[in-house]
Design a protein around this ligand. Structure first.
Ligand SMILES: [Zn+2]
Length: 200
């Protein structure tokens, strides 16, 4: 993996751990409403936010994608398509949280994702890396022996496709015995310990 890619990946991974720690997330499936509340982000389902979508003039975004974020006067507002399957909704919201946490927005008064990213592809990859690690923390899945796509999908509220990618990644980490090396991951693990114990 080239160095810039690895740096970007590490930034996404560490941001996911920091978010879990800062928001006190200690159970699966990860409560995204709680995270948004803790971070001061607003969350809107398309089906209920028609008036706001019109006011921000983001009808095109709502038509063309399953989620987007408007940062207005410093407050991130995440919109998501609540007609999509629930696993997809969750991944979309986590992906959008990633864009904000990773600083993909202008700090200006009004910013809409997709329009102003300097490198849209790199930012998309990074937001996906963040989302997968926020929703399915590897150390917790490993401790619970949740290794199949089905087990991960069920435990984390992910689509079977996203859970399949995560299962592949987990197998790599297992082969290299790469768990609980980073101090941030150890803190996440400690935070989830009562939950892990409750599952035995
Ligand atoms: Zn995106």
């Amino acid at each position: 993996m080239p160095n810039t890619n690895y740096r970007q990946y590490k930034k996404a991974r560490n941001a996911a751990w920091r978010t879990l720690i800062a928001c006190g997330v200690d159970t699966l499936p990860v409560d995204l409403r709680k995270i948004c509340g803790q971070l001061g982000y607003e969350l809107y389902a398309y089906s209920k936010a028609g008036a706001l979508i019109a006011a921000f003039r983001v009808e095109d975004q709502a038509r063309e994608s399953d989620g987007f974020t408007v940062v207005y006067e410093g407050v991130p507002r995440i919109f998501f398509n609540d007609a999509a399957p629930i696993g997809r909704q969750r991944f979309t919201i986590a992906h959008e949280i990633g864009h904000v946490v990773l600083g993909h927005f202008d700090a200006g008064r009004f910013a809409i994702w997709r329009r102003r990213a300097p490198d849209p592809d790199a930012a998309e990859t990074q937001a996906n890396q963040f989302a997968a690690r926020l929703l399915a923390p590897a150390c917790v899945l490993h401790a619970l022996d949740a290794e199949t796509p089905e087990a991960i999908a069920q435990l984390c509220g992910l689509s079977i496709t996203a859970a399949g990618y995560r299962a592949g990644r987990l197998a790599q980490l297992r082969d290299r015995n790469k768990f609980l090396i980073h101090p941030l991951e150890r803190r996440v693990f400690r935070q989830f310990m009562p939950f892990i114990q409750s599952r035995f």
